[in-house]
Ligand binder design. Structure first.
Ligand SMILES: [Zn+2]
Length: 96
């Protein structure tokens, strides 16, 4: 299915309004963070996904004390903590 074509005019400050139907379709609400970049002659706009504070990846993110951390880094931290503080402690035991 060909996507609906929507045309908006850029104002004097460089702003456009995202069509309400498009925002509703994509679940973009007021306050949402969006990012855009150029790709050739196109401008690509997408929802901004904050990356992990340690590895930068934007997947499997949870908030911990105001920071975005991915589950992979959390598991690595648990392994590291288990090795440093209790050589006999398993990761499963430290999660409980
Ligand atoms: Zn990470």
């Amino acid at each position: 299915m060909k996507p609906a074509r929507m045309i908006r005019r850029l104002d004097g400050f460089g702003r456009i309004v995202l069509p309400e139907a498009l925002r509703a379709q994509l679940g973009i609400e007021e306050g949402a963070e969006l990012e855009f970049y150029s790709s050739g002659d196109a401008i690509v706009l997408s929802r901004f996904m904050r990356g992990c504070v340690f590895c930068g990846l934007p997947r499997r993110i949870i908030m911990f004390r105001g920071q975005h951390v991915c589950k992979n880094c959390i598991m690595e931290m648990l392994d590291h903590a288990a090795e440093k503080h209790s050589p006999n402690m398993s990761v499963e035991a430290s999660i409980k």
